[in-house]
Design a protein around this ligand. Sequence first.
Ligand code: R5P
Length: 298
Amino acid sequence: MQIDIISGSSVPGLAQNIARRLGGSAHFPQIEKFPDGEIHVIEGDYTPGETVAYVQTMHPRPNDMLVEMEFTVDLLKELGAKRVIAVVPYLAYTRQDTRHEKGEAIAVKSMLKALDFTGVDDILSVDIHLHRLSLADLAGFSRIKMHEVSAADLLARQAGMHLKKPLVIGPDSESERWAADAARMLGSDYDVLEKTRLSAREIQHKPRSLDANGRDVLIIDDIVSTGGTMMDVIRSLKAQGAKRITAACTHAVLSDIDTLTGLFRAGMDEFISTNTINNEFGIVDVSGILADKLREIV
Ligand code: R5P
């Protein structure tokens, strides 16, 4: 079946790669910005096909990316699209998945309800932050069908080019699925740590003796944001005699200006990530796994 690939303004290169893999070329709507910050989406003479995949990641400026997605999807539906698959490589707001205190918004639920209302039929994303909720739980918040692919194998393959039979470490129990996949891909062993988040920037791992002495290590996680999680693990591995340390993540949010320098200072040798978010280290291309999944679900 024919799928039209439409690019939001956040990751046009990734949208074009996906389109190429599906044998076409992406369409790029015009996005104008007014002096007060309002945006204006213009499709001109474009008529979408019945099934379209709209590619828009949610970083940086997740709120702007979300509004652009809502306006564009609504317009695509008005122009005749019957099914809109939002390809959102990095799905923001998934960390706000529960009410820790009375009166707090569960942002991921509100976001999915809003996207459903504007006409999104499916969301396809990469390594969704599913800690307390499952993919089925997210699907339960609206009528949107949820689909996910993982970049763990691709990250492991890339890391394996420089590491010898690395010990694979997941910084917390939730990262076990990626650590296990990466270890399987590298024919190596893995372990996961017990983490407590004291604040947005302060992380504490339960002290553990790991079999890291003299070994190459790959630490793998879904997100690196402040880098606090990775830094704590790197320091502890270094203290235990780890040789070469690669830190890998799917989504390089890198929220602080010194996140990367902090990681290198802690003792990391190499940082790798995917291109779900534009960044200097995003050398692992997820267009192939997204295109394959689109073929499967259409
Ligand atoms: C948390 O549960 C995630 O999987 C990541 O470990 C976390 O988002 C990383 O955040 P930061 O880099 O700020 O420690």
